[in-house]
Design a protein around this ligand. Structure first.
Ligand SMILES: C[S@@+](CC[C@H](N)C(=O)[O-])C[C@H]1O[C@@H](n2cnc3c(N)ncnc32)[C@H](O)[C@@H]1O
Length: 286
């Protein structure tokens, strides 16, 4: 299949149809991700490697806390919360992801409940349960067309005093060109929108971000760019108080050749490169 990325909306403004396409696409990606070295779930998974030390600092002691992980995919981060003593719940749109995450937790002996639902239906899908912490990110927000609705949903999922922790790829990272090997060199070149507002970005590709074979079947997906202003405004507009916003120059994997390992086991650009954010972390309370 030819890879295509374009700002065209064959579904018009049918965001429901686009999210259904995403569901099918994530179902199709799941077996590839499950078998990949990127996630490394064949042996004993080490879910802590998806977290930077500052995340644990921001999250604090999780023992006995009700933690909801939205858009949990294979449940790698959800498992890390359970290992730290949280009563962890994961929610994802993809039935294949939820089934895979359930199997991984069972093999690990972790007591995690997983729910298949769209984020926007989370309050009903979780029967009105409230949580101490709602965590999400690392490739999640780009699949959501409406951040105001997302933030209001999270406010309803939190107990008074509860906290949202969003750790997401920085819009600047998303605006940079393809990975080297996809037709470009190691230069940092702006190729995509940083700001949202131009509607859905349609992607048609049988490749995914992990190693492994081609994705078979549903290869069409839709993404929405969200600048930092949109994220912060949505969170504040839902009545949450922003406690902290970090921008971080590290990534959990080496996206560019020449990235150097950090003391935390993550990766950053060499000293000679401009210092730019790859990730941001927003902590907000209800
Ligand atoms: C890149 S994963 C992010 C999870 C995790 N950080 C990881 O890297 O494994 C994105 C997940 O978002 C889920 N997703 C996409 N749109 C969703 C929606 N509207 N509601 C719930 N989950 C959604 C997908 O099914 C997928 O499992």
């Amino acid at each position: 299949m030819t890879d295509a990325t374009e700002h065209s909306e064959p579904w018009g403004s049918d965001v429901q149809g686009m999210m259904l396409a995403n569901e099918a696409n994530w179902d199709a990606r799941t077996p590839v991700h499950l078998a990949s070295r990127f996630y490394g779930l064949d042996a004993s998974p080490d879910p802590a490697r998806w977290f930077a030390p500052f995340e644990w600092e921001d999250l604090g002691d999780l023992a006995g806390q009700d933690v909801l992980h939205l858009q949990c995919h294979l449940g790698t981060e959800t498992l890390a919360f359970a290992r730290r003593g949280a009563r962890a719940t994961g929610l994802d749109l993809s039935g294949a992801s939820v089934a895979a995450a359930t199997g991984i937790a069972e093999r690990d002996g972790a007591d995690i409940s997983y729910v298949r639902a769209n984020v926007y239906d989370a309050v009903e899908a979780l029967d009105g349960r409230r949580f101490d912490i709602v965590y999400t990110g690392k490739g999640a927000l780009c699949y959501l067309p409406d951040l105001d609705r997302w933030a209001h949903t999270i406010a309803r999922l939190l107990r008074p005093g509860g906290r949202l922790y969003l750790v997401e790829f920085h819009p600047l990272l998303n605006a940079l060109g393809p990975k080297p090997g996809d037709g470009e060199g190691p230069e940092l070149l702006l190729r995509h929108d940083y700001l949202g507002g131009r509607g859905a970005l349609r992607k048609a590709s049988s490749s995914t971000y992990t190693d492994g074979p081609a994705v078979e079947g549903a290869t069409e997906s839709f993404e929405w760019a969200h600048g930092l202003d949109e994220v912060v405004t949505a969170v504040v507009g839902a009545g949450l108080r922003v406690e902290r916003l970090r921008e971080c120059d590290e990534l959990p994997w080496p996206r560019w050749p020449g990235m150097t390992p950090t003391p935390s086991g993550w990766w950053r650009l060499p000293e000679t490169a401009p210092r730019i954010p790859h990730l941001y972390a927003l902590l907000a309370s209800r």
